[in-house]
Design a protein around this ligand. Sequence first.
Ligand code: 3H9
Length: 685
Amino acid sequence: MDAAACVHMEARGDVCVITIDNPPINATSLAVRQGLMAAIFDFKTNSDFQAAVIVGAGSTFVAGADIREFGKPMQEPILPEVIRAIEDCGKPVVAALHGAALGGGFELALACDARVADAKTVVGLPEVSLGIIPGAGGTQMLPRRVGVSRAIRMICGAQRISAKEAKSLNLLDEVVASDVLDAAVALARRMQGKKCRIRDEAVPAEGPALIQQAAEDAMRAGKRRPAVEAAMEAIKSAAVLSIDDGLADERAVFLQLRLSREAYALRHVFFAERDSAKLPSELSATPIPVETVCVIGAGTMGTGIAISVLDAGMQVILLEQDAAALQRGQDRVIAHYRDRVAAQKMKADVAQAREACLHSTLDWADMAKADLVIEAVFEDLAVKQEVFKKIDQFARAGAVLATNTSYLDVDAIAQATSRPQDVLGLHFFSPANVMKLLEVVRGKDSRPDVLATGMALGKRLRKLPVLAGNHFGFIGNRIYNAYRNQCEFMLEDGAWPEDVDASLKQFGMAMGPFAVADLSGLDIAWRMRQAQAASRAPGVRYVDILDRLCEAGHLGRKTGAGYYTYVDGKQQPTTDEAVRHIIEDASQRRGIQRQPLNSATIQRRALLTIVNEAARLMGEGVASRATDIDVVLVHGYGFPRWEGGPVFWARQQNREALTQEIKDLASQCGDGFVLADLSVLFEDQ
Ligand code: 3H9
């Protein structure tokens, strides 16, 4: 789009309305910056105008810089030049905000002399979530209005705040229920030609203890990532440097971080998240409207799903076969909302309205009111098939039928009904009302509109829906299985659980695999292993340490011991000599002379395994886009977002060396490691 098409001017009497029209989010791309420069010049030199208003066309103000431009050379005019032109134009400019005013969009608004917003507007400087710092004055202007400590919390925490909060912080002049443009034009006139530039204000004085506390909190919450630290330093400097020196320093850091590997990785995840929510074109269809959801099973998973659906404003029928279990589930949902109210995270009337949409029942006939049924019962094929037989009997014709299985065969479940075309998998992650990932599993008969309904539901629940093929473990658990196997190989080869966990945490994983296993309970994996024992191919390397631990009563934290011991119920694990004996015995039985493994080796072996499995499941069509795998691993399995996910990680390596390393690892691991063709990971780059 050219500059003239992106930015229009229109006279409202003596006020010039400058509209930014660059769908979908009015990003400050080159054409917008050029258009704004020209518009500001016209406004400045036209004596018919005493003031201007900047507004966004469509559903939002300006939600930021165009981050697709960040990997390319910067083209002038840059946003700081546009901002300087607004500040120096000699006449007042008012920003009329609606939708989102984020990043460069909020910086643009802060450069104006006043800001009016409608009540639903959100504002913020979330740049650190993209591995950069604000690059057009945010770190210098925000503290001038809210103080250093508050600016640290907002910018380093990538906070997006409501118009109401922004008004209370003096970041907005007016929040209106009426037309925001009319209100901004009226305010522009009332300013009677007076400029009111934030750049001319002083940073309010604050005690060093407040700043120190905000800085420590921000660094901890921001995992000490480089952008968080750099943003903090830039904000602190606002109190000691002149505005121009502060802006120059901010810009230099922004330009440097923009090209960092971490910023590339975070941009990659940003776009991967948006792509993964789209079905491939051959499956595109109109979703079936859903207003009432029946959740079968009132356990932890079922109630988590119910809360998630209630939070999206839908009706929930919570169905159980056991009255006591139903009561417990209902109590859990109500306790959740009471806790939210007590923690002042939700208003009492909102909580009441949500609770009123929950209909608990023991009567299967109530299911007939549901547009979508989600089964969340015990993870056992026969049990789920029985449940689906009953669903088939009671669900209305045309209802979408979903199983929340995490690894079972969706087709085998669908075959229990007379309508497998209406069945799909909706794999929620626990806790279902918190975790953002949702695998939408395509059965062989699932109709496109049924899949589209699953994806639309995911978006409505504010989750990240990812399409997955119906193969054991789908995308996430399939890769996690391979990763965990590799970690177990490393135990047999010479590492201890604490070596593996510490090395992978050091890489950035949220938790180490053995700490995760202890937390979720070793018996779950044990049961699955027993179920698969008959189908295990002979000769495949199988590490039986977990089985031995379970036989010895080490079922994880719940029994006070798993891979680690948890003394007196404490959360902090300690090394357990009995576990070491079991591991040493496993090595001995396989004839392995144990050798310690260093951190780099552990990380590399784990990553190579994840990448190989990712390529295998791409080859088998389990994932439809390689980048979907990154979304799944980042959001469901604690893979560090700043590493971009395993596919992004693989693409940063030398391809030939990576292929060779995986081959070497395969021969080292034996028959348990099936080599993949890595080229599938590099195709849609
Ligand atoms: C910045 O501003 C740096 C500054 O300091 C300036 C320095 C000089 N660029 O999320 P959605 C696309 S850094 C390019 O699905 P929603 C997105 O890919 C930036 N494209 O919609 C999608 O495209 P497609 C700071 C962008 O309604 C479409 O827009 N700003 C950008 O659920 C719709 O997006 C941020 O970090 C972008 N900046 O949510 C805000 N943003 O349809 C980032 C979005 O082809 N954006 N797209 O898949 C958001 O948080 C959400 O997009 C928003 C809308 C809340 C605005």
